[in-house]
Ligand binder design. Structure first.
Ligand code: WTA
Length: 655
C-alpha cells in the first residue's frame, strides 16, 4: 500500500498578526535565520537563558543514535531555575499561581511563597530518604501542592511520575510498579463536578494486593495533602499528612546542581497495544526547549501576561506548559482544579474575565464542545483581555479554528496550532504568533531549531502538495531519552522504520501544501483506504464540522466488500441547530455535503448522529472503538476511555 495520503480539502483563509502584535512579539523572524545558520549553536544560545551552575561546553552528543545527550557537561538545578532565581532577581512578590478551586475557593501563590514551600518539601523528601535517581509517583488534583511536588522532586534530583488523578487504582499500580516508586504524593481527594472525588483510597487499593499481584513492595511512604476532606484510612508509619510535616520543615534548602542529563521525569503514555510506555525526559535540554517554546510561541511577557494552559499536570502539556516552561520564564498563570462546565457551562469564561487572562492554551476537544453549546455562553463574559490563543492535542478543524478566533479571540487574537507529543517534550511545529500568517487547520512550520519532513515509506521527501508520514530528521533538546526500562522498545517504536535515514517516526500522517506548510492528518493507524485512495480522518472530519449543523465529528474506515474500506462518520449536532431545525434527513444531507466539499470518494457510506464520542481522558477521539461499532463487532478494550458508558450508548444509537 502506498503511503501517499490523498488530499481533498482546500482552505484559503489567511490571518496575519496585527502590526501591534507583531511589533511586541517575543518570537521574531530572525530566530529562523539564526537557527538555519547554526542549528546546534542556536539551541546552545536558548539553553543559556537558564541558570547553569557549571556552564556546558558540549552542546550535542549524537555519537550513539538514537541516544542523544544535550549540554552533558553542564550542571543545573531545574527547580532553582523555576523558582529561586526569580526571587533572587527581585521578583519574589510576583504571583506565580492564580489558583482557583472547583468550589470557587482561591489562592494567590507568589514566587517567594512557592519557593518557600518547595524548599520545605525538599527537606521533607530528603528526610524520607528520597534523593538522586529515586522515583516518586504524584497522583493529585490540580492544586498548588501538585506543582510544588513536581518541583521539589526535581530539586532533590529525584524523578517524578505524575499519574493523572482520573486513572484507576489498577493503572496507578502498574505505573508505580514499572517505575519502582519509593514515595507516593497524593491528596485525600479533589473536587470534580461538584463532588469530592477520592484519591487516597485509590492509592491504598493500588498498594494493596491487587488480583493476586501481592502487596506493592517499593513504596515506603505516602504523603497526603488534605484537600477534599473525605474520610481516609491511615497506615501508621507509611502515611504522612502534608500539613503535619511540610510547614514544620525548614525553609532553608540549597539547590544542588545536577548534570544536564539527569532524569527529570517519567510520563506514561498508552501505546497502540500492550502496556503503557514510560517516556523518559532529562533536565537541561527539556527545560531549555520547554521554556524557549513557551516564550516565543505563547509570547510570554512575564511582567504583564496572565497565562492559562488548561491541561492537567497528568499530561505532558501540563508538565511543559503549566509547570516547567512558564515557571522557568517567571510567568503568572491561572491554575484551575475543575472542569469547563461545572457548575455551569460558562465556568472557563468566567475565569478568563475574573483573572484577565491574556494567553489561553487549550485543546480542540474543548473548543468543539463549546461550539456545540453555542456562542451565547462565552458571549456573556468579557473576554477582551485575551490576545493570543493556542491549540494542542489533535488537528483543529478549520471551522473550529475560525470559531475560536472569532468567538473567543474577539476576531483578532492570533491562534497557534501546536503539534508535538509526550515524546517530543515540547512544541515542534507551530506558527510564531507575531511572524506567521496563520492558516486555519494547519500547524504550519517547524519551530526554529527543529527539523522535520514529510516522507513516503522509503523515507523520501514527498514534495509540496503531497501527503505522507511526519518525521523529525535531527535530534532536538527536549527529545525523549528512552522508554523507562525498555531501550529496545524505544528503538523499535520510534527509530526502526527510518533507521537508514536516522529519522524519528512520529506515527502521524501529514501533508505539505503548496507553500510547504504542514497539515496534520491524524494517526497513521487511523488513515482509511477507500478504493485505493488513502484518505485522512482529519480532512473528512473538518468537512463535516464545516457544516452549520455539526459541532463534532469522528470518521473511521469500516471494511467494505466493494471499496475495501468505506467512510463511516459519527457526528454530534449543535444544540443551537436542533433548536430551530428537525434532524430528519440530516444524515443523508451530511453525506451529500461531504461529497460536495471534498469529492464523491470521501462521501461517507453511513453517517450516524450520536450524543457523545468516545474520548481518552486527555480528550482524544478513540477511533478504534468506533471502527468496532462500524464493523458490527464487539467493542474492544474501553478501559482508557474517560467515560466507559459512552460506547454502549453509541452502539445502541447505531443499531
Ligand atoms: C496529536 C500532546 C494535530 C498527534 C502534546 C500526536 C496533534 C499526538 C496536535 C500526541 C496538533 C498533538 N495537530 N495533531 N496540533 N498536537 N497531536 O502525546 O497525533 O498526548 O502524535 O501529546 O497528538 O499526543 P500526546
Amino acid at each position: 500500500m502506498s503511503t501517499q495520503i490523498d488530499h481533498l480539502l482546500d482552505e484559503t483563509r489567511r490571518f496575519a498578526p496585527s502590526p501591534e502584535f507583531a511589533a511586541n512579539a517575543v518570537g521574531t523572524a530572525e530566530l529562523y535565520e539564526q537557527a538555519k545558520t547554526d542549528r546546534v549553536g542556536f539551541w546552545a544560545e536558548q539553553a543559556r537563558a537558564l541558570h547553569w551552575d557549571k556552564p556546558f561546553t558540549e552542546v550535542l552528543d549524537w555519537s550513539n543514535p538514537p541516544f542523544a545527550k544535550w549540554f552533558a557537561d553542564g550542571t543545573l538545578n531545574v527547580a532553582y531555575n523555576c523558582l529561586d532565581r526569580h526571587v533572587e532577581a527581585g521578583n519574589g512578590d510576583r504571583v506565580a499561581l492564580l489558583w482557583e478551586g472547583e468550589p470557587g475557593d482561591e489562592r494567590r501563590v507568589t514566587y517567594a511563597e512557592l519557593t518557600d514551600e518547595v524548599k520545605r518539601l525538599a527537606n521533607v523528601l530528603e528526610g524520607l530518604g528520597v534523593g538522586e535517581g529515586d522515583r516518586v509517583a504524584i497522583y493529585m488534583p490540580m492544586i498548588p501542592e501538585a506543582v510544588a511536588a513536581m518541583l521539589a522532586v526535581a530539586r532533590v534530583g529525584a524523578i517524578h511520575s505524575v499519574v493523572f488523578g482520573g486513572f484507576s487504582a489498577d493503572s496507578l499500580r502498574a505505573r508505580i510498579d514499572d517505575a519502582g516508586a519509593k514515595l507516593v504524593i497524593t491528596a485525600d481527594g479533589g473536587y470534580r463536578k461538584g463532588k469530592v472525588s477520592p484519591l487516597k483510597p485509590a492509592v491504598d487499593l493500588a498498594l494493596a494486593d491487587r488480583n493476586g499481584s501481592g502487596v506493592q513492595e517499593t513504596v515506603e511512604h505516602v504523603l497526603v495533602v488534605k484537600r477534599g476532606g473525605n474520610d481516609v484510612d491511615w497506615a501508621d508509619g507509611r502515611d504522612l499528612w502534608w500539613h503535619d510535616v511540610v510547614p514544620q520543615a525548614s525553609a532553608e534548602h540549597t539547590a544542588k546542581a545536577f548534570p544536564a542529563e539527569t532524569p527529570l521525569f517519567i510520563l506514561y503514555t498508552s501505546g497502540t497495544t500492550g502496556k503503557p510506555k514510560g517516556i523518559l525526559h532529562t533536565s537541561g535540554g527539556y527545560l531549555a526547549q520547554a521554556a524557549f517554546t513557551n516564550r516565543v510561541i505563547h509570547d510570554i511577557h512575564p511582567e504583564t501576561d496572565v497565562y492559562w494552559c488548561t491541561a492537567d499536570i497528568g499530561w505532558i502539556t501540563g508538565h511543559s506548559y503549566v509547570t516547567y516552561g512558564p515557571l522557568a520564564n517567571g510567568a503568572t498563570q491561572v491554575l484551575f482544579e475543575g472542569t469547563p462546565d461545572s457548575p455551569h457551562p460558562g465556568r472557563w469564561w468566567e475565569l478568563v474575565e475574573k483573572y484577565g487572562v491574556t494567553v489561553l492554551y487549550t485543546a480542540p476537544t474543548a473548543i468543539r464542545s463549546f461550539m456545540k453549546i453555542g456562542r451565547q455562553v462565552p458571549g456573556k463574559y468579557d473576554l477582551s483581555s485575551l490576545r493570543l490563543l493556542g491549540s494542542v492535542g489533535e488537528p483543529i478543524n478549520p471551522e473550529a479554528w475560525v470559531w475560536y478566533r472569532n468567538v473567543i479571540g474577539g476576531g483578532s487574537a492570533p491562534i497557534v496550532d501546536t503539534w508535538w507529543q509526550t515524546e517530543t517534550g515540547a512544541i515542534m511545529v507551530s506558527a510564531l504568533p507575531g511572524v506567521t500568517e496563520a492558516k486555519p487547520g494547519s500547524a504550519q512550520v517547524p519551530v526554529p531549531g527543529v527539523s522535520i519532513d514529510v516522507v513516503d515509506d522509503d523515507g523520501v521527501h514527498v514534495g509540496n502538495g503531497n501527503g505522507g508520514l511526519l518525521v523529525i530528521t535531527e535530534p532536538w533538546p527536549s527529545m525523549l531519552r528512552g522508554i523507562w526500562g525498555d531501550p529496545e522498545r524505544f528503538v523499535e517504536t520510534y527509530w526502526e522504520k527510518f533507521q537508514k535515514q536516522g529519522f524519528y517516526f512520529a506515527g502521524d500522517g501529514a501533508r505539505l501544501d503548496e507553500d510547504g506548510d504542514v497539515w496534520l492528518l491524524g494517526r497513521v493507524d487511523d488513515v482509511m483506504n477507500v478504493s485505493g485512495h488513502r484518505l485522512s480522518t482529519a480532512e473528512i472530519e473538518s468537512a463535516l464540522v464545516a457544516n452549520e449543523a455539526v459541532a463534532e465529528a469522528a470518521v473511521v474506515g469500516a471494511s467494505d466488500e466493494t471499496t475495501g474500506q468505506a467512510v463511516v462518520a459519527f457526528v454530534i449536532i449543535k444544540q443551537s441547530y436542533l433548536e430551530s431545525h428537525s434532524p430528519d434527513g440530516l444524515a443523508q444531507n451530511l453525506r451529500l455535503w461531504v461529497g460536495e466539499q471534498i469529492g464523491p470518494i470521501a462521501r461517507p457510506r453511513d453517517v450516524y448522529i450520536v450524543g457523545e464520542l468516545p474520548k481518552t481522558r486527555s480528550g482524544k477521539i478513540m477511533r478504534r472503538l468506533l471502527r468496532d461499532v462500524a464493523e458490527g463487532r464487539e467493542v474492544g478494550d474501553t478501559t482508557t476511555l474517560a467515560d466507559t458508558a459512552v460506547m454502549s450508548i453509541i452502539s445502541a444509537q447505531v443499531k
